[in-house]
Design a protein around this ligand. Structure first.
Ligand code: ASP
Length: 351
């Protein structure tokens, strides 16, 4: 009896030593969990119904023990929500915690688990507010953790691979999904249900993940350039998005602009275009001091200044290649520093 207890103890100790040796000198990575389908749970492995954000971080980590081969991994629960409920308070909580982790040297890299619906917005927000060049990698899943052929475990492992790799330092916030790495500024969700949903429509992925390794091919010249200090903020200036469509009624503009926003992003047709009544309503808003930013609903390409639309005359700025939801992020953050239209326009061209 005593001998078998001793053997068991020896076995446990040797496993621990082995685990420690494996992660000796390897990066410390903290996973911050926010919910989403990657933590989603459903009753059937084959049916689509599920609830996002149900599975706690410890269970997610236990499901992929291989992650411990890449570093000293620990997890914290920041939120447990479907990312359709993501909000500015949680963004601020998340970025403040990441900044604290790096300032206090608690980790060498951070991975954020997140729902895919607003993953791109959170990624860009963090890109602009995390004050460190250490890797921050955001990951999600299209199938809940209980589904057959779920993608979350693989994506989580890949995100850890990216976070652990020294080549990921200084690349800004990265999104790891479906064996690809994307720049936070450029990536967008393109399909409601496909596994291959994340794309950078203008520039493509910056890297590929395969067989436990990441290989990089490109780097954005924009992403890591500018940091907004949100340390002392508990909210952001109100910025709303208005959608453009054929025969749009300008009341949709007045409804929004009369609700007190500091800025509006107009998701226009083609190169950020609007019909005459909507254009008039937007110009009135700009005259009142609201920053009106023209973006586009086309899904790729740039919105060009002063071409078909007389931006200088009407008092508008353009989003360059940012889609409406990302233009909103940059506009909210820009408005924390300035309400000068020319400076805000320059932010859209520079960051
Ligand atoms: N609605 C889910 C979410 O964004 C979808 C997903 O994670 O894929 O949280």
């Amino acid at each position: 009896m005593r001998k078998s207890i001793l053997l068991l103890l020896l076995f446990v100790v040797s496993i621990q030593v082995h685990a420690q040796e494996q992660s000796k000198g390897s990066p410390r990575i903290i996973i911050l969990a926010t919910g989403g389908t990657i933590a989603g749970s459903g009753e059937s492995a084959t049916k689509a119904a599920y609830t996002a954000g149900k599975v706690p971080i410890d269970d997610l980590l236990n499901a992929v023990p291989q992650i411990h081969n890449y570093g000293k991994i620990s997890g914290e629960q920041i939120a447990s929500i479907g990312s359709q409920d993501m909000n500015i308070a949680t963004w601020l909580k998340l970025t403040k915690r990441i900044n604290e982790i790096f300032a206090k040297d608690e980790a060498d890299a951070v991975v954020v688990t997140h729902g895919t619906d607003t993953q791109e917005e959170t990624a860009y927000f963090l890109d602009l507010t995390v004050m460190s060049d250490k890797p921050v990698v955001i990951v999600g899943a299209m199938r809940p953790s209980t589904a057959m052929s779920q993608d979350g475990n693989r994506n989580l492992l890949d995100a850890i691979v990216v976070a652990a790799d020294p080549k990921s330092v200084g690349k800004g916030v990265l999104v790891a999904m479906n064996e690809k790495v994307f720049d936070a500024r450029d990536v967008t969700k393109t399909s409601t249900t496909d596994l291959e949903t994340f794309k950078s429509k203008n520039f493509g992925p910056v890297g590929l993940i395969y067989d436990g390794k990441v290989q990089y091919y490109y780097q954005s010249l924009r992403s890591p350039l500018k940091k907004f200090d949100v340390t002392k903020l508990n909210s952001l200036p109100q910025v709303e998005i208005i959608y453009g469509y054929a025969d749009a009624n300008p009341n949709s503009v007045y409804c929004v602009t009369n609700s007190g926003p500091k800025g509006v992003v107009y998701a226009g047709m083609g190169n950020g275009n609007f019909n005459a009544p909507v254009g008039k309503a937007l110009a009135e808003a700009a005259k009142k001091g609201i920053i009106v930013c023209r973006s586009g609903r086309a899904g790729s390409g740039r919105i060009t200044l002063d071409n078909e639309v007389k931006d200088a005359e009407l008092g508008f700025v353009v989003s360059d290649d940012l889609n409406p939801q990302k233009a909103r992020v940059l506009l909210m953050l820009s408005l924390t520093e300035t309400s000068n239209r020319a400076k805000i326009q320059q932010n859209f061209f520079d960051y």
